[in-house]
Design a protein around this ligand. Sequence first.
Ligand code: ADE
Ligand code: ZN
Length: 332
Amino acid sequence: MALTTLIKALPKAELHLHIEGTLSPTLMWELAQKHGIQLPFQSVAEIETAYQFSDLQSFLDLYYAGADVLREEDDFYQLMKAYLLRCKENNIVHTEIMFDPQTHTHRGVAFDVFMTGFLRAITEAKTDWGVSVRLIMSFLRHLSEADAIQTLQDAEPWYDIIDAVGLDSSELGNPPEKFERVFSQARAIGFKVVAHAGEEGPPDYIWQAINLLGIDRIDHGVRCAEDKELMALIKHRQIPLTVCPLSNLKLKVIEDMAAHNILDLLEDGLLVTVNSDDPTYFGGFLNENFMALETALGMTEQQCRQLVKNSFKASFLPDGDKQKWLAQVDEI
Ligand code: ADE
Ligand code: ZN
């Protein structure tokens, strides 16, 4: 079977995906019209051509501006439903989705507005397409820890449907240590914890995420390769890295895809996974990220299968479900 066919055929899990990063230019345009919002663009095509970034911050500026079109329950429903349809098309059978409450609450959009919209779409997708979903509530690290603590409290009515907390937004200058207390509170409540670290930030931020936040997974983490001792620890503990190849390329974490270290990390025995991060902004959903590894790095079938298996191993699914999916991967 050709590798492209295999990529499409394999059941996969996605573990690093920001729902706000799945807003398509078309939906952005439609929602702006619906709410009478003046966008700084004259057409859908103009939005598409604006998706050129020099670094993480240049992307985040556009990403937060784009999220402003999300105002009502149905907007969040449409956003989530569109991504879950992509899951069906990409054969993503399980997805662990990050959402950024502060991006919405700071604009006066209340928790129950976005949560009910998300839940309606998730319930439909589970019933109609069998997609399994977990939610990760991410704190914005450019805001204060007090704001994150308030957000954790505000989320209380929704604790039953949230599985984990995360940490995202502008990494440089906002180290994990800034959020030690809120992560400790989240762990005490029983949440799993993840954090973006080592995307643009130095290996020290990954050390902090492990030692101070007690993370279960690292989002990105590709800069761990600069620190041999850190690499050895991540390997020894099999701490998963949720790597996002097209994102790294678009945000200039790497100069070109041929320079990506994901397969080196895999061959070194690290538990790395492939993910799409903010697919509508970075030019591809999950299967396109796998295909980029085939095209630019010559990913083999065996490496592809291992990356897909890692996505289930690194997930927050119960062991029985993990085993079921791992066996299904072997059957294809
Ligand atoms: N928010 C959405 N995508 C992000 C990324 N790649 N890094 C940090 N924050 C983000
Ligand atoms: Zn991310």
